[in-house]
Design a protein around this ligand. Structure first.
Ligand SMILES: Cc1cc2nc3c(=O)[nH]c(=O)nc-3n(C[C@H](O)[C@H](O)[C@H](O)COP(=O)(O)OP(=O)(O)OC[C@H]3O[C@@H](n4cnc5c(N)ncnc54)[C@H](O)[C@@H]3O)c2cc1C
Length: 323
């Protein structure tokens, strides 16, 4: 049986950030992911300056596609305006692999199915064991499933449904566009140019609200493609988008049980206002590492700082759900 002090399940931004910090502190860490990297991860790939800061990313030497916007073009209730805000875009296909490599920990491809606790060890599929276990497996994380699900059941009203497509495209408008609530979408649509001729288009909304209205995310997708073509933002388009679902942040109480932690989408940490998940994933990974190496607390309270203020976020969500 292969033994490590810490095993991390999942090599997305949550898992790789945690691995990176543990490795810096000299902790014997192993990371398992079901997929071989680089792997497809559905995501618009928009990251904030806070993510760049938390990851100590030197933009000038980052060796993959990296794009920056000084403002966002917002389409809301028939109005279009520029929102001044520095934001960035990356391709997740590249970014996640780079972060994982940078972490410097050994990575094995393994789909974790069964986790049991034996004495002071977590034993994974009878093949791996560790004293600390980090669940960074996203929405379907096996650590969440094994130890946290009953304490923290997912809140259905905070489940998102998304469709997106990323492809090589020589766009002519290099700005990032966002459409909010168009045609009663309980969410927003995006057009996010990446560096060197890649484009990500997609939309997402609250799954339960759509269901209650007998609405369909595909109806919104059809409108969106026509709108992008009408604005000449894209040309002929016959690709099928892919869909994925994840959870926005709810009042979760338990993110650590003994030496088992959950981080990132495994908790359901994406912000309620913009469904931003990469920043919370990174920060929770770093916090979990600090809990192991420095005995820091790891709780929802310590994760509080990166969310937009709660009253604003909940006002926003109420507006989305009420429309
Ligand atoms: C369409 C879409 C657009 C989005 N756009 C943005 C955006 O622009 N900006 C933003 O901040 N957020 C965005 N998000 C949210 C963001 O993608 C997630 O919040 C973020 O990826 C969470 O990171 P993570 O590391 O927790 O999980 P993930 O990135 O999902 O990584 C989980 C990893 O765990 C592995 N895994 C799962 N189960 C197992 C298992 N049993 N055994 C081993 N490995 C396993 C998976 O293979 C995967 O590599 C978007 C999400 C979607 C769906």
């Amino acid at each position: 049986m292969q033994t490590a002090e810490v095993i991390i399940i999942g090599g997305g931004p949550a898992g790789s950030s945690c691995a990176w910090r543990l490795r810096q502190q000299g902790v014997d860490t192993l990371l398992l992911d079901a997929q071989a990297f680089p792997r497809l991860k559905l995501c618009a790939g928009w990251i904030t300056p806070a993510v760049v800061h938390d990851l100590q990313l030197d933009i000038s030497s980052y060796p993959r596609r990296f794009n920056s916007f000084n403002h966002l073009v917002v389409h809301l209730f028939g109005f279009t305006f520029n929102l001044n805000s520095l934001q960035h875009s990356i391709r997740r296909f590249e970014f996640d692999e780079w972060l994982l490599q940078r972490s410097g920990v050994p990575v094995l491809q393994h789909n974790v199915r069964e986790i049991v606790k034996e004495n002071n060890y977590y034993v994974l599929d009878g093949q791996y064991r560790a004293r600390y276990l980090i669940g960074a497996g996203g929405t379907k994380c096996p650590v969440y499933r094994s130890f946290f699900r009953e304490l923290n059941p997912r809140a259905r009203e905070l489940q998102t449904v998304t469709l997106e497509h990323e492809y090589a495209y020589e766009y002519t408008d290099p700005r990032c566009h966002l459409w909010f609530f168009k045609n009663k979408l309980p969410g927003y649509a995006w057009y996010v140019p990446k560096a060197q001729g890649y484009l990500n288009i997609g939309l997402g909304g609250m799954a339960l609200t759509l269901k209650q209205r007998a609405d369909d995310i595909w109806r919104h997708w059809d409108w969106f493609i026509k709108e992008l073509q009408r604005k000449r933002l894209i040309g002929d388009f016959d690709a099928q988008p892919k869909g994925y679902s994840y959870y926005l942040r709810q009042a979760i109480d338990t993110v650590r049980i003994d030496n088992a932690f959950i981080i990132g989408d495994a908790v359901g940490l994406a912000t309620v206002d913009m469904a931003e998940g990469i920043g919370p994933a990174v920060r929770s990974g770093l916090r979990a590492a600090a809990a192991i190496t420095q005995g820091h607390a790891y709780s929802i309270k310590t994760l509080e700082t990166y969310t937009i203020t709660k009253p604003w976020a909940h006002w926003w969500l109420d507006k989305i759900l009420a429309r």
